[in-house]
Ligand binder design. Structure first.
Ligand SMILES: C[S@@+](CC[C@H](N)C(=O)[O-])C[C@H]1O[C@@H](n2cnc3c(N)ncnc32)[C@H](O)[C@@H]1O
Length: 329
């Protein structure tokens, strides 16, 4: 009933939302792409904002910077997020798209809340452990992630946000303009396909001897096989107990192998819209996690958490996206 009411109100608000989408798309084509700023980074950010306005996963830092981001600055914030918030408030609807942690098995519509929950859980467990406490946080391909600005109050962590220069510059400006405290954060520019992020980090004050949590969310699919392997090889040089949270598309999805032919084409097309390209997918093997286990072992790591969207025992829901956590042993 609430879902129906929500849909009716959304239909009423449709002219606002459509106008918001038009302005957003214009900004993608005319500002984001010409300036080589990541457009795909706005997708998970948009999903976290949707959960925030629904009140299912509060992310104040993410919402505070909207006004200073290119894509969500007014009138887009009003036309999309605020109309959605009003519709959600009137109906008290918290349905599948806005749900957190969301339904399982998850699917294409709910994968972002599943991914966010997986990473949130991995980080909070790592941060709360007493043995081998985490001393540094590095976010590789940080995009609009705002976890550095929302850390538990008792956690004294130094953070590094790593991304390509154009994306990182606008992110830093937004953080500054929004007045978010960021003296504990260092912004590090790099291109994983071209140079060693570890060298860039070390030049920025990163301490390779400290136990580190590396968040590498929503990035591997844009990288070459070599860049993915060299990143894990570099991670494996960190002290025992260091953790990396990382997600992978499956190789079958990236290659368009059955049964993912249509989805694969759609996914490649969607990413091409942002002038970006999907490259890397993880082999799944017999057990779905086989490829990830092999990758972890190759770099002396232990696969400590593994989840997937879909259901490997249901032919209609064959998984094509996996969420993993690896630990340096
Ligand atoms: C889909 S976004 C994910 C952003 C963020 N981790 C999140 O989940 O919200 C991918 C991010 O990886 C960055 N990225 C992609 N390829 C990269 C590369 N070769 N070197 C450095 N950063 C890269 C993009 O600039 C973008 O910010």
């Amino acid at each position: 009933m609430r879902g129906l009411l929500f849909s009716l109100i959304i239909i009423l608000f449709l002219p606002f939302i459509l106008l918001g989408i038009i302005v957003y798309s214009w900004r993608v084509r005319r500002v984001i792409i010409p300036h080589n700023i990541s457009g795909t980074a706005a997708e998970p950010y948009g999903a976290r904002l949707a959960m925030h306005v629904a009140g299912t996963r509060i992310d104040n830092a993410a919402y505070r910077i909207t006004e200073h981001t290119i894509l969500f600055a007014q009138p887009v914030r009003f036309l999309t997020l605020q109309t959605m918030r009003l519709a959600l408030k009137i109906t008290n609807y918290k349905g599948f798209f806005f749900a957190y942690p969301g339904p399982r098995p998850s699917n294409a519509a709910t994968m972002m809340s599943h991914r966010t929950h997986f990473i949130d859980r991995s980080m909070s467990q790592a941060f709360s452990r007493t043995e081998d406490p985490i001393e540094q946080l590095v976010i590789l391909g940080a995009g609009w992630d705002t976890r550095c600005y929302d850390l538990p109050k008792d956690l004294d962590l130094y953070c590094f946000e790593v991304d390509m220069a154009p994306t990182l510059k606008v992110k830093k400006q937004a953080i500054e303009k929004a007045g978010l405290p960021h003296s504990h954060v260092t912004f590090v520019e790099t291109d994983f396909n071209q140079e060693s992020w570890m060298d860039s980090l070390l030049e920025s004050g990163f301490d390779q001897k400290k136990i580190t949590y590396i968040l590498w969310e929503g990035v591997t699919m844009y990288l070459t096989d070599e860049a993915v392997n060299s990143t894990l090889a570099l991670f494996s040089t960190l002290p025992q107990g260091s953790v990396i949270g990382v997600d992978f598309f499956t190789k079958d999805l990236v290659k368009g192998n059955p049964p993912h032919e249509t989805l694969s084409k759609g996914m490649h097309r969607a990413i091409k819209y942002y002038s970006e390209k999907i490259r890397f997918g993880i082999p799944t093997g017999e057990t779905l996690s086989e490829g990830t286990e092999e990758l972890a072992e190759r770099h002396g790591l232990r696969l400590s958490k593994f989840e997937n969207i879909g259901d490997k025992d249901n032919k209609k829901k064959i998984p094509w996206y996996v969420f993993t956590e690896m630990i340096k042993t």
